[in-house]
Design a binder for this molecule. Structure first.
Ligand SMILES: CC(C)(COP(=O)(O)OP(=O)(O)OC[C@H]1O[C@@H](n2cnc3c(N)ncnc32)[C@H](O)[C@@H]1OP(=O)(O)O)[C@@H](O)C(=O)NCCC(=O)NCCS
Length: 146
């Protein structure tokens, strides 16, 4: 694949929202993505088309992944792994070491992705998600151990 990666912009949001609603039963609204534009929100492009996005929030040496999704037709082609590699490249320069995220406990694709990347299951948040209500697995990665 011929992927590129850059900061998400206002002009990406229409396509971001299409992927978001194709991927999630409780999609984020536009306002939430507009707030993410102030933080670390990035878009991956393949031949001029939005392939996926990743949103993160950095505080000191910690980074929370708040959202990640890939265009359904491009699933299982390495786009999510590519976006993590690009995010690490940015965060390594800021000496970020610790990564956290929440994931629906039934989301096998995402849990498999995070486990492949070396994340461990460190907790459960009961009833964290809505539509449908479901527990979140909390997963963490310490990159200084890598
Ligand atoms: C989870 C998601 C982001 C993965 O994106 P992707 O680009 O398809 O993932 P990649 O191709 O980079 O996969 C990397 C690894 O993750 C794991 N993985 C990804 N999808 C998987 C699936 N459907 N089943 C099992 N393992 C899977 C595999 O280990 C894979 O490596 P491999 O293909 O060499 O076996 C994608 O499925 C998605 O957008 N899902 C909907 C949104 C979502 O659930 N986001 C996560 C919210 S916490």
């Amino acid at each position: 694949m011929n992927l590129s990666f850059r900061a998400m912009r206002e002009e990406d949001l229409e396509d971001v929202l299409k992927i978001e609603s194709a991927c999630f039963s409780d999609p984020w609204l536009k306002e939430l993505f507009e707030m993410e534009l102030q933080h670390d929100a990035y878009a991956a492009y393949q031949n001029g088309q939005l392939a996926g996005y990743i949103c993160a929030m950095q505080v000191l040496d910690e980074c929370s992944i708040t959202n990640i999704a890939v265009q359904p037709e491009l699933h299982r082609q390495g786009v999510a792994e590519y976006m993590f590699e690009q995010l690490y490249r940015i965060m390594d320069k800021r000496e970020v070491r610790y990564y956290y995220l929440e994931v629906r406990s039934s989301n096998q694709a995402a849990v498999a992705l995070y486990e492949k990347l070396g994340f461990d299951r460190v907790g459960i948040r009961k009833g964290y998600y809505h539509n449908p209500v479901e527990d979140a697995l909390v997963m963490a990665l310490n990159r200084s151990q890598n």
